[in-house]
Ligand binder design. Structure first.
Ligand code: ZN
Length: 326
């Protein structure tokens, strides 16, 4: 799964954290209904959830274990996709569906996962076989359904699924919406990029914890650019606010946004966060390879999924960052 897709999925903060939690606790439910209108990453999210259920790596959808790799190349026999997007379901697909329930898993992992994309397009008489399964879930068989609207799905199905609702996300549109509401440009850009909808952005803006994290990132960037005590500042002050996975994730997402700016500046392209202009200019000069730092931030973020020690993770990230400065 490429990094861009993962970033898009991570913006679906609530459903993403639900999946992350289930992965960490190894406790997936038997049936999920993913609901999201046009413009939401409906199928990508379903595919991601399927991988999360089958992934045996240490980080959420590790992209390294046998399941992740084979699913990506459509070579995992215990994972099936029935795509009803085009409104038709043919005989072969129907047989596939029956097989899912009658055959045992082929792989030693013993789990089967299937996705029915746009389940509301499948006629209800065809879905009978499914209803039986949903009413009496079979161990180690997992179903993921997608739909544009929950209202279109038979209540007998939707009521037995955990519903994951996706929001339409375009950080650019959201950012413009926030500017129209009178927010300043820097804030709008940051909030639009760490949240997925207007309501969430508003609530995060009034959240004191988030403001402290944002200020902390700004202070640290300043210290990286103009002094030598960023790591010390992080250790003595930063960890008062970066307390758990959630605050650490926010911290890293704001931090990575700033590094995007440093990369843009280094390449003489327009940047976004005006308040950090001076510091970022300085850092663009001092970093030989800011892209590498950006990747390290993203990799650090992925380690959060394995309940890693937060201060160890960030300390080593900062040591790496310091090593990248000239
Ligand atoms: Zn994996």
């Amino acid at each position: 799964m490429n990094q861009q897709i993962r970033e898009i999925l991570q913006k679906q903060t609530i459903p993403y954290s639900i999946i992350e939690n289930s992965f960490n606790n190894k406790s997936f439910l038997h049936a999920y209904l993913i609901e999201g209108g046009a413009g939401t990453p409906l199928f990508s999210f379903a595919f991601f959830l399927a991988k999360a259920i089958l992934c045996t790596g240490e980080t959420l959808v590790c992209d390294k274990c046998s399941q992740c790799l084979r699913m990506e190349h459509d070579r995992y026999p215990d994972f099936q996709i029935i795509n009803a997007e085009k409104n038709t379901i043919n005989r072969e697909q129907l047989e596939d569906l029956q097989d899912v329930f009658s055959l045992k898993a082929v792989e030693p992992l013993g789990k089967k996962v299937y996705i029915i994309h746009h389940i509301d397009n499948i006629p209800s008489n065809t879905l009978n076989i499914l209803l039986k399964f949903i009413e009496e879930p079979v161990d180690e068989i997992y179903a993921i359904f997608t739909t544009l609207s929950k209202e279109k799905v038979l209540p007998t199905i939707s009521s037995r699924c955990q519903v994951l609702r996706l929001y339409e996300v375009s950080s650019k549109d959201l950012s413009e919406q926030l500017i129209n509401e009178g927010w300043d440009e820097d804030e709008s850009y940051i909030y639009a990029n760490v949240t997925s909808n207007l309501e969430e952005a508003k609530s995060i803006k009034t959240d004191d914890g988030f403001l402290k994290i944002k200020d902390l990132v700004f202070d640290l960037i300043d210290k990286l650019a103009f002094s030598d005590d960023a790591l010390y500042y992080l250790q003595t002050y930063g960890y008062l606010y970066i307390k758990d996975t959630q605050t650490c994730r926010l911290f890293l997402s704001v931090f990575s946004l700033v590094f995007k700016d440093i990369i843009l500046i280094k390449n003489n392209l327009p940047f976004r966060i005006k308040a950090l202009e001076k510091a970022n200019m300085k850092l663009a000069e001092r970093f030989i390879n800011p892209e590498e730092i950006y990747s390290s931030i993203i990799i650090t973020t992925s380690y959060l999924s394995i309940n890693a020690n937060i201060s160890l993770l960030l300390d080593s990230l900062f040591i790496k960052i310091k090593g990248g400065l000239k």
